[in-house]
Design a binder for this molecule. Structure first.
Ligand code: HEC
Length: 326
């Protein structure tokens, strides 16, 4: 199934690149939706909602799966009454979304087609249920920082995939307008109290959430891990000192419509190119009323230097990983 889907998306890409104007891919949408639903259900089938092995198997499968997805996407609750660009969503590098967020859902293989009412963008509605009873460190950050958010995740029964004219997913949302028919046994989970910390130490002294650390992305044998970790730490200190984390955490204090998360290693890694660009152009940091904030030149240079060093270590670690498939 993986290869089948890959062949389809390959065909789509050839078409798109050969075309002067964006064309509808040759394979009918329903066939693409069905193939995608089948490959998601094969990778991440329904299992008990506390089944950690099922979650890990799904994560590994999604690491290897080629999805028809843009390099960066927006993800969050659907907010059907709002135009796509006005939906308050979180901006993700697709790799981060695909391997940290998507595995939190189990897929049934059921799907239907829909379209966005205003833009007419096609939507594939994938029936899916949220794994709500995993250990806290399996979630990319404590979703229970907001009771509403946790409850909305639990109630959700579909993941909506919005396609752009290239046929690629550019927005993904969760919603509760689907069916609960295949949900199975599901009880509300009372989450731990949120103490304001996006990262914490567990009883064994291990930093959590472990899924947000480099160890969840790179092999322990990767010889660049120590240097990568060091470069991340320097970067994290710099952006904390420049108050970037006042706004760039799930609390979304600045109420950004496309929130950028920088509070963990893997979230920061996914956004590093955007960070370099935004700091270089002076777009960031902002102040509380959304204006560009002047910071001393040497501060800006120090943020940039640490960001570039972090990016370069990421590139080295990725290169090694690509040469040593697990
Ligand atoms: C006072 C709040 C605030 C602070 C402080 C802040 N940002 Fe932002 N940032 C925002 C908002 C709001 C946006 C969304 C931009 C928009 O759409 O207006 C944003 C957008 C971004 C983006 C995405 C830009 C793009 O176009 O892709 C990056 C990257 C970013 N910020 C990095 C940083 C970094 C790095 C710092 C610290 C040097 C920082 N920000 C400080 C509020 C803030």
């Amino acid at each position: 199934m993986k290869q089948f889907w890959f062949a389809l998306s390959g065909a789509m890409l050839c078409l798109a690149s050969g075309a002067i104007h964006a064309q509808q891919p040759a394979v009918p949408l329903a066939a693409r939706a069905d193939a995608l639903a089948k490959s998601l259900a094969a990778s991440c089938p329904i299992a008990a909602y506390n089944d950690e092995t099922a979650f890990e198997t799904c994560t590994r499968a999604l690491h290897a799966l080629t999805l028809p997805i843009e390099p960066a996407i927006a993800w969050g609750g659907d907010q059907p009454d709002k135009q796509i660009k006005k939906k308050g969503l979180t901006h993700f590098n697709s790799q981060v979304f695909q391997t940290m967020y998507l595995p939190l859902y189990a897929f049934t293989g059921h799907w239907s087609l829909d379209e966005d009412k205003r833009s007419h963008a096609p939507i594939i509605r994938m029936e899916a249920y949220f794994r709500n009873a995993l250990p806290p460190g399996d979630y990319p950050y404590p979703f229970w920082h907001s009771a509403d958010k946790w409850n909305a995740y639990e109630a959700s029964n579909e993941v909506r995939l919005y396609l752009d004219p290239k046929g690629l997913i550019f927005v993904a949302t969760r919603d509760a307008a689907g069916s609960d028919e295949h949900r199975g046994t599901y009880g509300h989970v009372t989450t731990p109290a949120f103490d304001g910390q996006w990262q914490w130490q567990d009883a064994n002294g291990v930093t959590q959430p472990h899924v947000s650390l480099f160890g969840a992305r790179y092999s322990q044998a990767n010889p660049n891990l120590a240097a990568l970790d060091q470069s991340y730490r320097s970067f994290a200190l710099r952006i904390r000192d420049e108050s970037c984390l006042n706004c760039h955490t799930p609390a979304n204090k600045a109420e950004a419509e496309r929130l950028v998360l920088l509070q963990t290693p893997r979230h920061a890694a996914g956004e590093i190119e955007n960070v370099i660009k935004a700091v270089k152009t002076g777009e960031m940091p902002q102040d509380d009323i959304g204006l560009r904030k002047d910071i001393p030149d040497d501060h800006r240079a120090a943020v940039l230097k640490s960001a570039v060093a972090f990016r370069d270590e990421l590139a080295r670690a990725d290169k090694w990983e690509a040469g040593h498939p697990r």
